[in-house]
Every structure is written in C-alpha cells, then in structure tokens.
Design a protein around this ligand. Structure first.
Ligand SMILES: NC(=O)c1ccc[n+]([C@@H]2O[C@H](COP(=O)([O-])OP(=O)(O)OC[C@H]3O[C@@H](n4cnc5c(N)ncnc54)[C@H](OP(=O)(O)O)[C@@H]3O)[C@@H](O)[C@H]2O)c1
Length: 299
C-alpha cells in the first residue's frame, strides 16, 4: 500500500516507517527539514519536505495514498516559546489535516491522539487532542479513522533529571502508590503498523500502553538504574508546581495546561476512559526504559 507517515523520523515515525518498509509498503515520510531527505531515503522511504502547518502541501502529498498516519507536533522546545498559543496552533494543524484528507480523497486515516482525548474537561493541556479528534470527525462518513490514544510516553521522564541531580527527588503535583500507565514510542509504532494492515471500519479508538507503575515505583526503578536508590517522588501543591514551571521559563499557558493535566492524574480521573477500554500492554517495560534514562542521566 501507499502510506504517508507524518512526524518525520521521530520517536514513533522512524520505527513505524522501518516496519512498514519491511512489510513491503511504499512509504512517504513528511519532514520539515530538507536535510532529513537522505536519512529518510536510507531506510527505504520517500521524503516529502514541507510543513504540517501548510494545508496545500499536505493535500498534494496525500494524493493517491491508501493510508495517512497523522500526528500533531509544534516542534522541539515549544514549551518554552512564550509567544505561542499552543491550543490555536494545534487546532490549526488539525484543520490542515482535515482539509488535506478531504481534498486528496484519502479514505483511511490513523490519527495519533492521546490519553485524555475523550474529553476537553479537567484534563489540562490534553484538551487539544480532543479538539483535533473532533475536527477530524467532521470528515465525511466514508473516511475511516482509527484514533490512537497512547498514554504518557516514558521519555517525558527525562524532565525528572534536573531535580534528581540537584536534590535527589522527582517533583510533581501528583504522586502515590496508585499504578498509572506509561508507553514506549516503539510499542506505539508496532500497534500502528499492525492497524495499517487490519480492516478500517468507520471510526474506532484504541488505547496504547506498555506498563503500569506507580509514581513511587517510578522513583525506585529510575533511582536504582542510576545508582541512587534513595530517589523519592515528592508531591507539591498545584500552585507550587505551576510557579516552578513558570520560573523555569515555560510558556505560562503550557505550564497551566501541564499542571492541570497532572492534577487530573490524582485519583486516576484522567484514566477513567482508559480503564473502561484497557489495551493489552506492550513489550517495553519501565525497567527497559530505565537503561535509556540512566544513559541520559550520566551523559
Ligand atoms: N509525550 C507524551 O506523553 C504524549 C502522549 C500522548 C500523545 N503524544 C503525542 O505524540 C506526539 C509526539 O510523537 P513523537 O515523539 O513520535 O514525535 P517527535 O519525535 O517529537 O516529533 C516528530 C517530528 O515531527 C517533525 N516536525 C516538527 N514540526 C513539524 C512541522 N511543522 N511539519 C512537519 N513535520 C514537523 C520533526 O522532524 P523534522 O525536524 O524532520 O521536521 C519532529 O522530529 C506529540 O506531539 C503528541 O501529539 C505525546
């Protein structure tokens, strides 16, 4: 099949492209950077250089494709871009995808959404995923959409490194012995590659997770991996968490969105729909990711 992969050679899209090429599909990878072309071609895919912020480029690239994998991103470091209205920017990308899918005539879409995509209430920053899910739902009924809702990515834990280094602690406005799900991008890529070859029927939703561990277990497992078994997960108030992120230079709208997202993890509120639609867990466990964490910590 002819498949379009957005997300360049990113965390999900690189292993996804490799898997699809290995299965014999013709894959076009969208990157915003011309210098990525040779790396994309080196893994046996074609490159389309342009931006997901450009609806005409997307429509032209999608023409003739059997399936499009669509993900939204605002690029590296956007948390610290103080002039950004992330909600408006992501909504715009969602509208671009809708327009491009409609104009190109593509009938099968796999959309990367997120845990929290089921609502725009009380989930903070994740409300943008709900917005984009709703924008794509406006496409005509003959466009089948598989909505992927992965949980939090392990790589978010790299943000714990500074306070572990300075104080031996992980700091957040939630924490407990209650287990919560985490996922490895490579496991998301496997699920998406599998979904590419299964039938598309209307609109479907699939949650994706790799492991379930509590915040206190995260502290222990990461601490042991870096040779600091005393690392503790420390809970602060919403206000302290928000002020800490703003003091670190984060865009205030994003800091508020992250604080509210983490608040919704308390008592598992964020996970209510996941609990009703639990997936089989993927292969990559937190103990596997802890090796990457240790390497980054010691760099
Ligand atoms: N973090 C989480 O816990 C979490 C949870 C659920 C869902 N998600 C979703 O997962 C996404 C991240 O997936 P990922 O880790 O696979 O992505 P990623 O590796 O962070 O980024 C994918 C690539 O997209 C390309 N890109 C950036 N801006 C672009 C633009 N304007 N036009 C075209 N391409 C552009 C960049 O490559 P080039 O430089 O080559 O263009 C970038 O490396 C998030 O954006 C979010 O929607 C995240």
């Amino acid at each position: 099949m002819k498949i379009i992969v957005t997300g360049s050679l990113g965390n999900i899209s690189k292993p996804l492209t490799i898997a699809l090429v290995q299965k014999g599909h013709t894959v076009t990878v969208i990157s915003s950077k011309a210098e990525k072309q040779k790396d994309i071609e080196a893994i046996g895919a074609k490159a389309a250089i342009g931006s997901m912020q450009d609806a005409d480029f997307l429509a032209e690239t999608f023409k003739g494709a059997d399936i499009v994998y669509a993900m939204e991103t605002l690029g590296e470091g956007f948390f610290f871009n103080k002039n950004l209205d992330y909600m408006a920017a992501i909504t715009n990308i969602g509208k671009n995808y809708k327009q491009a899918i409609h104009h190109s005539g593509v009938k099968k879409v796999i959309h990367l959404s997120s845990i929290g995509g089921h609502t725009d209430k009380g989930n903070g920053m994740l409300a943008f995923h709900h917005n984009v899910e709703n924008i794509l739902k406006e496409l005509p009924d003959d466009v089948s959409i598989k909505t992927m809702r992965p949980v939090g990515f392990y790589y978010n834990m790299f943000a714990f490194i500074p306070t572990i280094k300075s104080q031996g602690i992980i700091v957040s406005n939630y924490g407990s012995d209650d287990k919560e799900p985490w996922v490895a991008p490579v496991d998301i890529a496997s699920v998406i590659a599998e979904e590419m070859e299964k039938p598309f029927n209307g609109r479907t939703i699939r949650y994706i997770a790799s492991d379930e561990v509590s915040p206190n277990e995260v502290a222990t497992i990461l601490g042991e991996a870096i040779g600091k078994p005393d690392v503790k997960w420390v809970v602060v108030s919403d206000e302290q968490a928000l002020n800490g992120m703003i003091a670190a230079g984060m865009n205030p709208q994003i800091a508020k969105g992250l604080m509210e997202m983490n608040a919704s993890r308390r008592g598992g509120v964020l996970y209510q729909d996941y609990e009703r639609n639990k997936p089989t867990l993927g292969k990559t466990k937190l103990k596997d990711f802890a090796k990457d964490f240790a390497a980054a910590f010691n760099q």
